[in-house]
Write a protein that binds this ligand. Sequence first.
Ligand code: FMN
Length: 194
Amino acid sequence: MPHSNIYQLILSRRTIRRFQQKEIPGETLSELVQAARLAPSGSNLQPLTSIIVNRKELLPEVFFTTRWAGYITPKGTPSPEERPTAYIVVLINRNIRAAGGYHDSGAAMMSMILAAWEKGIGSCWIGSVEREQLAALLAIPAHFEIDCVLALGYPAEQPVVEDYSGSVEYWKDETGVLHVPKRKLKDILHWNGF
Ligand SMILES: Cc1cc2nc3c(=O)[nH]c(=O)nc-3n(C[C@H](O)[C@H](O)[C@H](O)COP(=O)(O)O)c2cc1C
């Protein structure tokens, strides 16, 4: 994954759902939350808090609260030897911000995703989470809303981007490579008015 600059890094990023079983150093994981900490925040309220999960016994329990690659179930769900080796659970503190905050968490997630990618670490943004189960597992106080989970690990796949041609559904080819359709620039870009 050679990235000459941040633009190339952004273009090359793909969601990763198959991971090498090699640990991510704790310090690296905390650097990702550092990137989240300094992300933009509406009214600078900073309502976000993160939980890093990297303890081996906890990993399967967190995994079972997450849902993977809905368009290609079960082919997109990592097998036990390809699962994430860490998670970052992003919470919104409802005592700091009573409602909303999802743009904040989106910005924080993207900062973490790109900071990880630059270090050769792949990730999957998981919005489909069994929140009650995860809150109980991690003893999360009631005034925190679980927004989403970032699943992390060194990549064991290289998905490829395709031009959209009628469907947004990603697919796996016969060799197991994931293809991800994206709408073309000319179809989503307007200059100086619609
Ligand atoms: C808000 C949000 C929620 C997502 N939730 C899930 C999820 O629950 N499970 C999953 O496997 N992927 C999830 N994804 C990843 C998307 O499926 C992925 O970004 C999309 O297929 C495009 O692929 P790309 O990230 O490689 O561009 C989510 C992405 C976003 C932005």
